[in-house]
Design a protein around this ligand. Structure first.
Ligand code: GDP
Ligand code: IMO
Ligand code: MG
Length: 423
């Protein structure tokens, strides 16, 4: 059976966690393929809010297997905290959670290197979540990394020590003021590794291959968003992995011709956390209102998210790069009460009108061209079927579908599982 993908089309935090949770009932396996604890995926049901960082968002369902793929980077310390949180609920997560032997491990010194690199950059910093993502992927591509499978070897601690020592000299090289007590960090790290070792490590590409032969249904869960992709995002203000569809192939070992549906998920407006260009960003009351009503604070770092109007130029780009087959629109409820809404349909770029994302999207070069659409007053959060949608909300949806030429098949009107309308 084929593999479906679910990916964020903006700068992350589109609501991937919520939708994966909603869709899990239809799948046998949920698999994360890239990123790591920089992700914060929120799920809400029965009045409880859960935030997952590395563990796939299907974990609260009885049957589904949740797999952490080879493309993911794992911080044992954060993973252990996630497991501890799950421990409060009646879940048999031990048997439902599998980890790829080829996934790379985030060491405490990777986190320190992240901090040193950001500090050294000063104003030009990426605004990283400081979880060690960049340095860990650097060690992966530099062929120095420590992998989950290494933990099953006798000499892994030697490998660890050699890498950590090297990192310490690199931290010193940055010559910035980073205070740390490595012994203390390592105590937590080694304890967490012991916990991690209680889980099942597998050759996940082989497992997924067999699962496909056995006609199991698989949903790959993306992290971050397409505009944070290392190749196609707003470089250098991106993360260090391929967040787009191709990342699912390399991050799981699934062949491109085995991908079926690509679900592209987006917010009805746009947010971004961290530094980097954001053409439709708002600095006025409208932006403040989105932030407040949408409760736009990062699920991982708690930082305020920047807010702005929907950017269809960027969205179209993401739809193309990913081969999106179905769209899912989140947080339309946050836009209730705006008299009129703006949607960016082009950019003014160095005096010319363009409809694509140029190489350089720095503020001084680019200004959005907007189409204005009448807003709606009605609260959407109690709506359970699309016939109840206000007329102007229907028009907003229809405008996006027409521009992107892809149907919106899921509309979310609140954070809870139940506030989801399947069309
Ligand atoms: P993810 O990283 O893509 O999983 O998204 P996050 O969990 O970081 O951020 C999405 C936030 O929006 C979370 O707080 C969700 O609970 C919330 N959310 C998801 N869908 C909706 C929605 O339709 N309406 C509202 N108001 N909140 C939503
Ligand atoms: P989810 O999966 C939003 C951003 C950071 C920073 C940049 C690089 O919850 O959508 P990194 O820690 O990777 O070095 O940070 O990417 N970023 C995210 N923004 N949602 C995320 O994940 C993000 N993961 C990283 O804010 O700008
Ligand atoms: Mg998030």
């Amino acid at each position: 059976m084929a593999v479906d993908l679910l990916l964020g089309l903006q700068w992350g935090d589109e609501g991937k966690g919520k939708i994966v949770d909603v869709l899990t009932a239809k799948y046998d396996i949920i698999a994360r393929f890239q990123g790591g604890p920089n992700a914060g995926h929120t799920l809400e049901f029965d009045g409880i809010k859960h935030v997952l960082h590395t563990i796939p968002s299907g974990i609260f369902h009885d049957k589904a297997i949740n797999l952490v793929g080879n493309g993911v980077v794992i911080d044992p310390v954060i993973f252990k905290k996630e497991l501890d949180n799950l421990g409060k609920f009646d879940l048999d997560y031990i048997s439902k959670l599998l980890i790829s032997r080829k996934a790379h491990i985030i060491l405490p010194t990777h986190r320190l290197l992240d901090a040193a690199s950001e500090t050294a950059k000063g104003k030009a910093k990426i605004g990283s979540t400081l979880k060690g993502i960049g340095p860990t992927y650097m060690d992966k591509t530099g062929r120095n990394g420590l992998r989950i499978g290494d933990l099953e070897m006798d000499n892994w601690q030697e490998k660890y020590r050699a890498l950590a020592n090297k990192h310490e000299s690199m931290i010193a090289y940055y010559n910035v003021d980073i205070q740390y007590n490595l012994q203390e960090l390592e105590k937590d790290f080694f304890e967490a590794v012991d916990t991690l070792k209680k889980l099942t490590f597998i050759d996940s590409e082989e497992y997924l291959h067999q699962a496909q032969k056995d006609k199991k249904s698989i949903l790959a869960e993306g992290a971050q968003g397409s505009l944070l992709d290392i190749d196609f995002g707003t470089y250098p203000f991106v993360t260090s992995s391929n967040t787009t569809a191709a990342g699912a192939c390399t991050g799981l070992g699934v062949a491109p011709n085995k991908i079926n549906d690509v679900f592209g998920i987006f917010k009805a407006y746009t947010t971004r956390v961290g530094s980097g260009p954001f053409p439709t960003e708002l600095f006025d009351e409208d932006g403040a209102r989105m932030a407040k009503v949408g409760n736009e604070f990062g699920a991982t770092t708690g930082r305020a998210r920047r807010c702005g109007w929907l950017d269809l130029v960027a969205l179209k780009y993401a739809v193309q790069v990913n081969g999106v087959t179905q769209l899912m629109m989140m947080k339309g409820d946050v836009l209730s009460g705006f008299k009129s809404l703006k949607i960016c349909t082009g950019y003014k770029y160095k005096g010319e009108t363009i409809n694509h994302l140029p190489f350089n999207i720095e503020e001084e070069n680019i200004s959005p061209i907007y189409t204005e659409i009448a807003g709606w007053k009605e609260d959407l959060t109690k709506i359970t079927s699309e016939d109840e949608f206000p007329e102007n909300f229907k028009k907003y949806i229809a405008f996006i579908e027409k521009e992107l030429e892809i149907p919106i098949t899921v509309i979310s009107v609140g954070p809870d599982r139940k506030q989801t309308i399947l069309r």
